[in-house]
Ligand binder design. Structure first.
Ligand SMILES: Cc1cc2nc3c(=O)[nH]c(=O)nc-3n(C[C@H](O)[C@H](O)[C@H](O)COP(=O)(O)OP(=O)(O)OC[C@H]3O[C@@H](n4cnc5c(N)ncnc54)[C@H](O)[C@@H]3O)c2cc1C
Length: 442
């Protein structure tokens, strides 16, 4: 039986989060200002700039980790895909700041000491406390940044990239002590040291709590296990997962969990999959398309397999706007929309784009839901050539959905289809703030 989510966490908006991050950066610059009596000569300016960038790096890594801490108000307010995009963009800034910090400090010290950059680098590395460790940390961050660049990322397996990424924690630990040992803002300022350490400690506690303790507690409490696996279409399966007190999870249609199936070959990696049916008090369903080795292996799951799930996550959940709603699904992007379609009040139109009849998942279920609630479903099947044009053009969308520009739109599908559909909706007059989309890629 579907349940109503009870204790939903609060949401915070993107602007609020951005304002807090910027305010923090201003405080960091004020800390430098407060601890710097004056700046003299070229060496002083270079060193001062290097110190500011260094402080911003120290603050930036904390922000980056906080964004990935799975803090519920962030996950519910911004959504995991936006958090991942912000984290990736912020990561590029922080790595650039780390490099600029190192170069400016070396240059500034060299100018002040009337020494060459090479000899000053050697002095810094060998005679300043903890600088060697911080340098190793800087190179680690740079390496991780390079592996995370789009071109490089396409060439490495997701898991390889993910586990390499965990070395950022090591880099942060290695770089921490040089801030207090060498940073002019901290050497004599105990209050600054206290608050700086408190900031790091707070984020560490958030990560340990939301990424480790909460999922472990949930594992013991809900005792999730596979009930069965059903083939839905070629290469697409549904997995039924049973458990206890699932209503306490407060999961909503449109959300996803990170699933870890505890078999000998699958336990070590968790993968995100959306709920494909409204969550019940004793069972959940996900639907998985075979995209690679992991999703392929899920078809062989046996009933009784224990499941470790982190979540629910995601902000792709319809609010109560009072407007009619259009749902636009492409391929396996139907999964969260199938769950939303069954539960959303008001008038709903579902447009489902698939490349062939065989690829349509849940046809019977969707038709039954549409009949029961008086909703409309349009299946747009075939290639562009077969259909005779772009099936998701603004003209076609307007003809399928009368009054489209007054409606709330939810889009989920492959990245290319999603961005094309969002552009078409905008061109058809739907305001940007009424268009919501989920990307199946972090
Ligand atoms: C929020 C969200 C919800 C999703 N919901 C569904 C769903 O309901 N049904 C469905 O079939 N698919 C869903 N996906 C996609 C699904 O997670 C990937 O297809 C799956 O993890 C691929 O793993 P693989 O090892 O089989 O394939 P691989 O060949 O290893 O990977 C294929 C691609 O999937 C992505 N990927 C791989 N592993 C992970 C991981 N652990 N975490 C995040 N992304 C990964 C990478 O971009 C990779 O390039 C969702 C993805 C996200 C981000």
């Amino acid at each position: 039986m579907p349940v109503r989510p009870g204790n939903r966490p609060a949401r915070v908006g993107a602007r609020g989060v951005l304002a807090v991050i910027i305010a923090g950066a201003v405080v960091v610059i004020a800390l430098w200002w407060h601890s710097t009596p004056g700046v003299h000569g070229l060496g002083g300016w270079l060193t001062g700039a290097g110190e500011i960038l260094g402080l911003l790096c120290g603050y930036g890594v904390v922000v980056l980790v906080a964004l990935m801490s799975r803090l519920p108000p962030l996950e519910r307010g911004l959504g995991a895909d936006k958090l991942a995009r912000w984290h990736a963009m912020g990561g590029r800034y922080v790595v650039s700041l780390v490099v600029a910090h190192g170069l400016l400090i070396v240059w500034g010290y060299a100018v002040t000491a009337h020494a060459s950059v090479v000899s000053e680098s050697a002095t810094l590395l060998t005679q300043y406390p903890d600088v060697l460790m911080a340098t190793v940390a800087g190179f680690l961050l740079l390496g991780i940044g390079i592996v995370s660049m789009r071109a490089a990322r396409r060439r490495v397996r997701y898991e390889t990239w993910y586990y390499l990424h965990l070395y950022t924690y090591l880099a942060i630990a290695l770089a921490f002590s040089h801030q207090f040992a060498d940073g002019a803002s901290f050497v004599t300022n105990l209050t600054a040291r206290f608050w700086w350490s408190a900031m790091y400690l707070a984020v560490l506690v958030l990560v340990l709590w939301y990424r480790v303790a909460v999922p472990l507690r949930s594992f013991g409490r809900h005792r999730l296990e596979v009930l069965g696996v059903k083939e839905e279409a070629p290469g697409v399966i549904s997995i039924y997962i049973g458990g206890r007190r699932l209503d306490e999870l407060a999961a909503e249609p449109g959300q996803f969990f990170r699933w870890r199936f505890l078999t000998r070959s699958l336990w070590w990696s968790s993968h995100p999959f959306s709920l494909s049916a409204a969550p019940g008090s004793d069972r959940l369903r996900i639907t998985v398309k075979n995209q690679g080795d992991h999703s392929q292996a899920l078809a062989r799951l046996q009933p009784g397999t224990r499941v470790f799930a982190e979540g629910p996550y995601g902000a792709f959940t319809p609010g109560d706007s009072g407007r009619d709603v259009v749902l636009l699904a492409g391929g396996v992007g139907i999964t969260p929309l199938r769950a939303i379609f069954a539960t959303l009040p008001g008038h709903v139109t579902l447009i489902y784009r698939a490349s062939s009849e065989r690829d349509i998942v849940f046809r019977d279920e969707l038709d039954a839901i549409a009949a029961a609630r008086g909703a409309t479903v349009h299946y747009l099947v075939g290639s562009r050539a077969e259909i005779g044009g772009d099936p998701l053009s603004p003209r076609v969308l307007r003809s399928l959905v009368p009054g489209l520009d007054q409606q709330e739109a939810y889009v989920c599908g492959p990245a290319g289809m999603t961005s094309a559909a969002v552009r078409a909706l905008r061109a058809a007059g739907v305001p940007a703030q009424h268009i919501h989309f989920e990307s199946f890629e972090f």
